[in-house]
Design a protein around this ligand. Sequence first.
Ligand code: NAD
Length: 291
Amino acid sequence: MQILDGQLVSKATKEELKLKVAQLVSEGKKIPHLAAVLVGSNGASETYVGAKVKACEEIGFKSTLIRMEEETSENKLLAVINDLNLDPDIDGILVQLPLPKHISDEKVINTILPAKDVDGFHPANVGKMVQGLDTFIPATPYGIMLMLEHYKIETKGKHAVVIGRSNIVGRPMSILLSQSGPYGNCTVTITHSHTPNLAEICRSADIIVAALGIPEFVKADMVKEGAIIIDVGITRVADASKKSGFALKGDVDFKAVSPKCSFITPVPGGVGPMTIAALMKNTFKACSYKH
Ligand code: NAD
């Protein structure tokens, strides 16, 4: 069994970008600038946005964090996004999800200019991804693809089972793995909360991508010997022994599953850091396209 080390691959990806930024600086060219919008004060969202801003600093990107009150109106948020769309210095915009219930995710995503949509959630970018055209691929699936590429994991002809069909993880992941080309060419089964016989389907998988948000859902008896396991889940579970009061749990029972598989991502330290690295790559790309 080999651990797929997201910290390590993410660090290497960020180092590459850092060199590219240094090159831009030496040529007097524009440096990528990411704007992150955080509405409310959800603990996990604070952590994710903080990590994204920190990654920008490490690489040498500019970043702007806009904090808005939980009670902010939808119109006020849309106005902020429109300002960012018009600001020539801003290359990438991300609005941290989830948003408060009174704000429509859909309206917010559709308001971000596709050329600045570094999360790759705008329908125009999703459409391009589905057609295999060059675009911004949603950061988590993109990060997973970068990880597969780094470890040169052969996916061609394999049966991949994706658990979860969300627009940000499961569905784009299923599309990327089924596409023609390197780290694609899988036969994909996408599963969800209404899928019967999930354990049986998982047992036939060469690759399992678990993205459902239920801690330790994937058990050893659902995994065949030698399978490749990508654990996307991150759930905060109360843990009095931790200073923070919680532990982070993945969707896979790591202790029981890891001895059976060929490759596995840990939680934390697997897909999470790769998501950030992928977002940074998208931001660099947004800047290069514009200039
Ligand atoms: P979501 O709640 O939007 O979607 C969950 C999906 O799981 C749904 O499609 C649902 O049908 C499916 N599901 C629920 N119960 C199921 C069951 N019993 N059997 C099969 N399928 C079931 O979640 P999401 O936004 O896709 O996130 C999933 C998990 O990944 C969460 O833990 C989230 O925190 C984590 N996540 C991690 C990263 C990262 O960077 N590592 C990024 C995004 C999301």
